[in-house]
Design a protein. Structure first.
Length: 343
């Protein structure tokens, strides 16, 4: 049984509930259990099913619907309030709700929005931001030790926090681990009033979705990666076509980069970048330990290799012992025949 709700020292914060929220709740549960404490979930935004957050590890769920003053001249008038807010409003609400609990750890989303208000919260409270984090745990002396990536994801570092420090950690999707839902878990649900905030410093005029083929491989949700087995720069052009239909981005092994077939910024591995996409399709990559170091955390690894003994198959969830050119041709034809909505 969990500790009383007043002992909520580990919090998961978010402005919407998605798979990554549940993943961070799983890690939060482990951290709190190590110290016989409780876990809080604070959603500054919409949450339709607080019970699911409790089943996933929260002891206390707080949902706050942020409001901001209406624009003068709008239907609500200057005295009106409208729903919704940006990072300033989210931070103000999180600060007001979390401060009395004196949290030890706050786990925030590693997406662009989440990173922004996690950083604001840390600065406002004088808490320590570690971002992007990979894992966190307590050492024998009860100090929180966090493994995190450098900003470009090329190397990892360890941060040890003092006993009185509060850590704000951001986790990218796929890095933390959700626990199986337990419908017998009990917890409290509260809907506190929103703190009213002034005008946001940034106004979103329009959201333009990023072109998946151009984004940084560290931010990609789907990656199609190639190695020496692609046989040349032409092979990467084919890979780029497949990536385009799969809404994925292209990455590569170091050999492919050293051979000049693809830019160095796309290299995955020990001396490249560390990635954690939902899908990693490895084509003609042997799976040397230096490469695996950068992609073993991908949620679904699919490997195509002619060599049944290639080490990549030990890391893959699905392996095809096949010629990648044949598979890619069939995949291209299949995807072209499928309606766009099915991809
Ligand atoms: C200090 C150090 C750091 C390193 N850092 C990195 C790093 O960051 N990232 C990295 O990737 N590597 C790194 N390396 C290199 C690493 O050890 C491997 O040499 C490299 O990953 C191999 O690249 P590869 O898999 O593309 O090539 P190979 O090992 O040559 O593998 C090619 C694979 O393609 C398969 N193949 C060939 N033809 C086909 C076909 N038609 N269809 C299907 N499969 C086919 C072959 O069976 C083979 O398994 C590092 C090495 C060192 C020493």
């Amino acid at each position: 049984m969990s500790a009383p709700v007043e002992w909520c020292r580990t919090w998961v914060i978010d402005h919407r509930v998605d798979a990554a929220t549940y993943e961070r709740l799983g890690d939060a549960r482990q951290l709190a259990d190590a110290r016989s404490e409780s876990v809080g979930a604070l959603i500054v935004g919409a949450c339709c099913d607080p019970g699911a957050l409790i089943a996933a590890g929260a002891d206390c769920v707080k949902i706050v619907k942020p409001v901001r003053p209406a624009d003068p001249g709008s239907a609500g008038g200057s005295a009106g309030r409208v729903a919704g807010c940006g990072p300033l409003g989210r931070t103000a609400n999180a600060e007001a709700i979390l401060a009395p609990y004196r949290p030890r750890v706050v786990l925030a989303s590693g997406g662009p929005d989440g990173r922004e208000w996690a950083a604001r919260l840390a600065v406002r409270r004088g808490w320590r931001l570690v971002s992007p984090a990979l894992q966190a745990g307590f050492d024998r002396d009860g100090r929180l030790v966090v493994t995190a990536l450098s900003a470009c994801g090329r190397y990892s570092r360890k941060a040890t926090l003092g006993p009185d420090e509060t850590a704000v950690l951001t986790f990218r999707p796929g890095v933390a681990e959700a626990m199986p839902a337990d419908s017998d878990r009990v917890g409290t649900v509260e809907r506190p009033c929103s703190v009213e905030v002034g005008e946001e410093p940034i106004r979103v005029e329009r959201e333009i979705p990023a072109n998946p083929s151009e984004i940084d491989i560290c931010d990609a949700d789907r990656i199609v990666a190639g190695g020496r087995g692609l046989g040349g720069a032409d092979g990467f052009q084919r890979l780029a076509r497949v990536a385009r239909v799969l809404k994925a981005t292209v990455a590569a092994s170091r050999v492919a980069v050293d051979l000049g077939w693809v830019d160095r910024e796309r290299q995955v591995g020990q001396t490249g970048k560390t990635v954690a996409p939902a899908l990693y399709l490895a084509c003609g990559i042997s799976g040397a330990s230096h490469h695996l170091a950068g992609m073993a955390g991908a949620r679904h690894i699919v490997a195509i290799n002619t060599d049944p003994n290639a080490p990549i198959f030990k890391a893959a969830h699905l392996g095809l012992v096949a010629d990648l050119h044949e598979v890619l041709s069939q995949l291209e034809a299949q995807l072209a025949a499928e309606p766009r909505s099915a991809r």
